[in-house]
Ligand binder design. Structure first.
Ligand SMILES: *Cc1c(COP(=O)(O)O)cnc(C)c1O
Length: 361
């Protein structure tokens, strides 16, 4: 058994019990003599997975009737375009709150399709925090307001969402979906690629308010219309079956840990271990995010020099810790600690940080 501690940013660690179940079922799914990947997506076996995954996702995120869960392809990056395609009517405005690199990409795509309004940006200061309520300048009548709940690259997260009145709120939750309790009923649409907190890459989860689906623009190509996937229970065309199958197992695993409340307790302890290591280093480690906006999923920090950062990553790797190099666009160190990365891994990294600072301080 390998003892790698996986801090990859995405694709990222998957729960060990889920991987073991996948392995056990790979050659013979429920006595059918073949894997789930080799069956029809119209089979009763796959239909059971599809139905259970939708129900469990709704239960875990805490919505009931009035919402649909869709399993689509193209990653969160495709959602950057499909949201305005469907919900930014010609001549109307949509507001974007930008707190990092992914939010920038989202508004860029909207610019190809209409005239979005930058309602707030914390770019000045290099995305170290989320904006305060008073810094958010909404336009008069936006079709929707878009935000990124957790900026994966900068390590900046909304702990409380701003008050956006009754405007439809759209959130890219790719990197913190189902990592903590939220009031999902405040959102018209939530999306996320599965490969951080939910499963393998290849499936994108969309939670959408049913009453909003009908308000979509006309003339959107069939596959890019939310209504197509809602009407057909995500079975309009061949879905990413293996991805949804693993996602279903991950959702059951989260449920078994006490749902999002259960995983949030563990996630808070994990993040605290690493932020304490930063705060107790006498300034050796410098966190990127301001304390009030610190992400509980991506812990980003710098060392006194780039040379030491390289050494930190290399020695971490030798100690079995992988994925610690910061994103190529910002440098530094990033430890991604999604649901499937355990508390022990974070404690091991915190202790490694203490030792490294002592030796190289
Ligand atoms: C990873 C990530 C994306 C991009 O996801 P893809 O599935 O690769 O398109 C978008 N937004 C956020 C917040 C992310 O973390």
């Amino acid at each position: 058994m390998s003892n790698v501690l996986n801090f990859n940013a995405g694709p990222a660690a998957l729960p060990r019990p889920v991987l073991e179940k996948v392995q056990a079922e790979l050659l013979d799914y429920q006595g059918r003599g073949m894997s789930i990947m080799e069956m029809s997506h119209r089979s009763k076996e796959y239909e059971a997975i599809n139905t259970r995954a939708e129900a469990n996702f709704k239960k875990l995120i805490g919505v009931g009737e009035g919402y649909r869960v869709l399993f689509v392809q193209g990653g969160a990056s495709s959602q950057f375009a499909t949201v305005p395609m469907n919900f930014l009517p010609p001549g109307a405005t949509a507001d974007y709150i930008v707190t990092g690199s992914w939010g920038e990409k989202a508004i860029e795509e909207a610019t190809l399709l209409g005239k979005p309004h930058l309602a707030a940006s914390t770019k000045e200061g290099n995305y170290k925090r989320v904006p305060t309520q008073s810094e958010i300048q909404l336009s008069a009548d936006p079709a929707y307001v878009h935000l990124t709940s957790n900026e994966t690259i900068q390590g900046v997260q909304f702990h409380d969402f701003p008050d956006l009145g009754d405007r439809p709120v759209v959130a890219d939750m790719s990197s913190d979906i189902l990592s903590r309790p939220i009031d999902a009923s405040k959102f018209a649409l939530i999306y996320g690629g599965a490969q951080k907190n939910l499963g393998p890459s290849g499936v994108t989860v969309v939670l959408i308010r049913e009453s909003w689906i009908e308000k979509a623009n006309k003339g959107v190509p069939t596959m890019l219309r939310y209504s197509t996937h809602a009407k057909n229970n995500s079975l309009y065309n061949t879905p990413p079956m293996f991805g949804v199958y693993v996602l279903d197992l991950v959702l059951q695993w989260i449920d078994g840990l006490g749902g999002v409340e259960g995983v949030a307790k563990i996630n808070d302890a994990k993040a605290a271990a690493l932020y304490n290591a930063i705060d107790n280093s006498g300034g050796y480690y410098k966190g990127h995010a301001e304390p009030a906006s610190r992400s509980s999923m991506n812990v980003t920090f710098r060392l006194p020099s780039e040379e030491l950062e390289k050494q930190f990553v290399a020695e971490g790797q030798k100690a079995g810790m992988v994925g610690l190099a910061g994103h190529r666009s910002v440098g530094g160190i990033r430890a991604s600690i999604y649901n499937a990365t355990g508390l022990e891994a974070c404690q091991a990294l915190a202790s490694f940080m203490g030792d490294f600072a002592k030796k190289n301080g």
